[in-house]
Design a binder for this molecule. Structure first.
Ligand SMILES: Cc1cc2nc3c(=O)[nH]c(=O)nc-3n(C[C@H](O)[C@H](O)[C@H](O)COP(=O)(O)OP(=O)(O)OC[C@H]3O[C@@H](n4cnc5c(N)ncnc54)[C@H](O)[C@@H]3O)c2cc1C
Ligand code: FES
Length: 324
């Protein structure tokens, strides 16, 4: 839904920086705040000629009439937003809420898992499960202590919070999959695990729960263009079926998702993304302040293994590579 009476755009009321590359924006949009459900996302255009990019509704406040977006600056548009989005500035367009809301009822005990930037979008689910009476175990993972954000928000809605850092500087030393193992060892009656993060992280979560036959939902982030099920850009393979994440998801059964296909498709436009980021940074008056975006140098006709390697080296929007 767009808000017809706000032709001038959607005002950013507040911005907070979590690290050099991760930031949150609180946007005034009462109708979106009213309609939003956990698990949904919006498509944002920074300005009239800007790219449309999907961003999860990481929080919404119906009373204040705001939604919160948490963004990782990984490429041209997210960096441009990092530079120009400030309190008082506006987003040109905001369409949504999109996607099927997460199913949050009928569970007694759940684990909500967020890795890196995926910590932000898992928050509405954790709060929603708690509001529906479930015992909520939060498992959140960061590379290091300095990158931790929203710990206090999770503490308000989680019965237990397992904090993981890669380097052991806070919480347990290890990945979120280690946090899941710990939670499963403590609780033999988990109904469901829901995980959001980089595809490799979500795959690791699904493989951790598979031997225990615990239902595991993952929120997929394929490349989206129109967000209406028309373009086919966000096609994902789930078991024997092909789904479109924008209208059928983004939540899917993690034990059935073809993660290899997802990773391959995410890397398909790496060369074009690199060119766009370079072109923009060359033309940008504040280029000295830009964080290096793309590290990999793709071959002109990438092979399957090139693409996989490329993607693992290419920045992932949900990765904690540069923090957040
Ligand atoms: C449902 C969904 C929810 C998302 N939520 C968030 C969020 O809350 N916060 C956040 O920081 N990021 C989120 N993303 C990813 C975000 O959309 C991309 O980081 C962004 O589009 C990158 O654009 P760019 O121009 O800055 O970078 P680019 O250099 O264009 O791309 C960098 C990487 O981002 C991915 N990407 C590029 N274009 C798109 C696109 N149109 N759709 C999806 N992925 C793309 C690709 O993997 C690419 O390798 C979400 C993606 C999806 C599908
Ligand atoms: S984004 Fe086009 S079909 Fe989903």
């Amino acid at each position: 839904m767009t808000e017809p009476d706000r032709a001038a755009g959607f005002e950013i009321l507040k911005r907070e920086d979590f690290s050099d590359v991760a930031y949150s924006l609180v946007v005034h949009h009462p109708r979106m705040a009213k309609a939003a459900r956990p698990g949904q996302f919006v498509i944002v255009m920074l300005h009239e000629t800007g790219e449309r990019i999907p961003l999860t509704i990481a929080d919404f406040d119906r009373q204040a009439g705001t939604i919160t977006l948490v963004v990782q600056a990984v490429g041209k548009t997210t960096k441009e937003m990092q530079q120009s989005c400030k309190a008082g500035s506006v987003l040109h367009a905001l369409v949504g809420p999109m996607g099927v809301p997460s199913s949050l009822t009928g569970r007694r005990k759940v684990i909500c898992v967020g890795g890196g930037l995926g910590v932000a979008p898992i928050f509405p689910q954790a709060r929603g499960f708690k509001e529906n009476g479930a015992y909520v175990i939060g498992v959140v993972g960061f590379r290091t202590k300095q990158l931790i954000f929203w710990q206090e928000k999770f503490e308000t809605c989680c019965d237990e919070l397992i904090l993981c850092t890669d380097d052991g500087s806070a919480g347990i030393k290890g990945f979120v999959s280690d946090g899941i193992k710990l939670a499963i060892a403590r609780h033999r009656d988990i109904d469901e695990v829901i995980a959001i993060g980089p595809p490799v992280m979500m795959r690791a979560c699904a493989e951790t729960t598979r031997p225990h036959a615990i239902k595991t939902i993952v929120s997929l982030n394929p490349i989206m263009v129109d967000g209406t099920g028309m373009c086919g850009g966000c096609r994902v393979k789930v078991g024997d079926t092909v789904k479109f994440a924008c209208v059928d998801g983004p939540d899917f059964d993690g034990h059935k998702v073809d993660f290899h296909d997802l990773i391959m498709r995410l890397g398909r436009y790496a060369a074009q993304e690199k060119t766009a980021a370079q072109r923009w940074s060359e033309n940008c008056r504040m280029k000295d302040q830009i964080v290096p975006a793309v590290r990999a140098s793709p071959s002109p006709i990438p092979t399957t293994s090139d693409l996989t390697r490329e993607l693992l080296d290419h920045l992932d929007p949900f990765e904690q590579v540069l923090g957040g």
